[in-house]
Design a protein around this ligand. Structure first.
Ligand code: C2O
Ligand code: CU
Ligand code: CU
Length: 487
């Protein structure tokens, strides 16, 4: 495994703070301040919640230009974090089934990048959702994503996907929401997008790079932001119903979300409706996962939106380990006004049908991490079926139109996740015995020393794409493989 080239570090304008300063990374601002190198003091909390600019299709087409460059505002401060069109997150893109999304990606970083439409069921070929595209520094690339007429309406997102650079670029700030509109709509009073990201910024507003240990764990930023904001205040009306489209855009952090004194009505996972609304105390999202929840402010007052620690285990090396430490406040739900009449949600939702039978093929995949041959100190090999990612190799060949069952095992002491591009899957069961709730999804947690069993219908879109761990430091380290779907 090669060392990170120096140019990558320079390209991001990353601060050269010793790894030690970040290995003991703390999950909260109070303790982060005063750490070696110092930390950016975020702007004041409780600023009005804001959403990224919305760009919507007209006459069947959405044409956008996205320029990836340093210099975005984050946490109410001017920083040298990365943005699309100077914003982190980038604009929210809204299209309907049957429409065409065209993106001109302009790379003003000085490292390669590209663009992935996470969760979209679109072609992976040519200038579609093709993770093998390289857009060199200073270059641009014209993507075209044709959204099928039958595409479900829901919450998706976009982010860079150039192998080796994904974690740094998302940690740097490059991500945006991508919504497929066109209902069936829920009878809610309003909806919001909450794209949650994490990063760590030094006192001059530069993104602090992850050290080797952090990469091994999967880095968690000290600052957890909602739409780039630090602890904004969401003003909501008592009794009203709000649909929150929550996206976990963090590089490695699992979000375990709750709102004080409230329950969350879970209606959709990864862009697909659940069979019925489910009231939950919390919703857990792996990096890449989305949840649509209906929030019904239950009384006048202020309630925190919190993410609680989630233990992803440890690589088992000399006590290194545990990830997030304490609860982190992401935002405040600020409820006022006389009670509004609550809308009634339907008792069932238009979940997609399960992948149709017969299952024509079963596969077994193994995610592993370990000290590889010839690895330097602290260099962990991250593999799927014993191999690190090779874009030239084809790891699975699948027949278009068929349904398969994949048993994905994790023989490591850390939690990973399984993500497949283009073709969503149904989780049949997992080693923890937790009954699956989503109809279809595109990222699933892979318990430490555990497994998940999935059913995947390769309904359409021949071509070549990838599956990987969505702990993006692991993906960059090699925990990714290719799939070729043939007619
Ligand atoms: Cu959001 Cu290949 O990933
Ligand atoms: Cu993806
Ligand atoms: Cu992983």
């Amino acid at each position: 495994m090669s060392r990170e080239p120096i140019s990558r570090r320079r390209a991001l304008g990353l601060a050269t703070v010793g790894a030690a300063a970040v290995v003991g990374g703390v999950a909260g601002w109070a303790t982060g301040v005063g750490a070696p190198g110092g930390r950016l003091q975020p702007g004041p909390a409780a600023q009005p919640f804001a959403e990224p600019e919305v760009l919507a299709a007209r006459d069947g087409v959405l044409d956008v230009q996205l320029t990836a460059a340093a210099g975005a505002q984050l946490a109410g401060r001017q920083t040298s974090a990365l943005g699309f069109n100077n914003a982190s997150p980038g604009p929210t893109l809204r299209v309907h089934p049957g429409e065409l999304l065209r993106v001109r990606l302009i790379n003003q970083l000085d490292q390669p990048t590209n663009l992935h439409t996470h969760g979209l069921h679109v072609s992976p070929e040519r200038n579609g959702d093709n993770p093998f595209v390289t857009v060199d520094p200073g270059a641009s690339f014209d993507y075209a994503f044709r959204i099928p007429n039958t595409h479900p309406a829901g919450t998706f997102w976009y982010h860079p996907h150039h192998h080796g650079f994904v974690a740094n670029q998302i940690f740097g700030g490059l991500a945006g929401a991508l919504l497929i509109d066109g209902g069936p709509d829920l009878p809610v009073d309003r909806e919001r997008v909450l794209l949650i990201t994490d990063t760590t910024l030094n006192s001059s507003g530069q993104v602090i790079p992850a050290g080797p240990m952090e990469k091994m764990m999967g880095r968690e930023g000290e600052l957890v932001l909602v739409n780039g904001q630090h602890q904004p205040a969401v003003q909501a009306a008592y009794g009203a119903s709000e649909r929150w489209r929550v996206i976990n855009g963090c590089v490695s952090r699992v979000l375990s979300l709750r709102i004080e004194d409230h329950r969350l009505t879970h209606v959709a996972a990864d862009g697909y409706f659940l069979p019925a609304p489910v009231d939950r105390d919390r919703v857990v999202l792996s990096p890449g996962n989305r949840a649509d929840v209906v929030v019904r402010p239950a009384a006048v007052g202020d309630y925190k939106l919190i993410t609680d620690p989630h233990d992803r285990g440890s690589p088992g090396m000399g006590g290194m380990g545990s990830t997030s430490r304490g609860p982190i406040t992401l935002a405040t739900l600020s409820v006022s006004g006389p009670p509004e009449r609550a809308v009634r949600l339907p008792s069932t939702l238009p979940a997609p049908p399960a992948p149709p039978g017969p299952v024509v093929r079963q596969r077994a995949l193994t995610f592993a991490m370990g000290m590889g041959m010839g690895m330097g100190m602290g260099e962990m090999a991250f593999t799927i079926d014993g191999r690190a990612f090779d874009p030239q190799r084809v790891d699975q060949t699948v027949r278009l139109g068929t349904t398969e069952e994949w048993l994905v095992s994790n023989i490591s002491p850390m939690e990973h996740s399984f993500h497949l591009h283009v073709w969503p899957f149904q989780v049949i069961e997992d080693s923890t015995g937790t009954p699956p709730d989503a109809a279809l999804q595109d990222v699933v947690r892979l318990p430490a020393r555990g497994w998940v069993r999935l059913r995947i219908h390769f309904a359409d879109f021949p071509g070549r794409s990838v599956y990987h761990c969505h702990t993006l430091d692991h993906e960059d380290a090699g925990m990714m493989a290719t799939i070729q779907v043939d007619r």
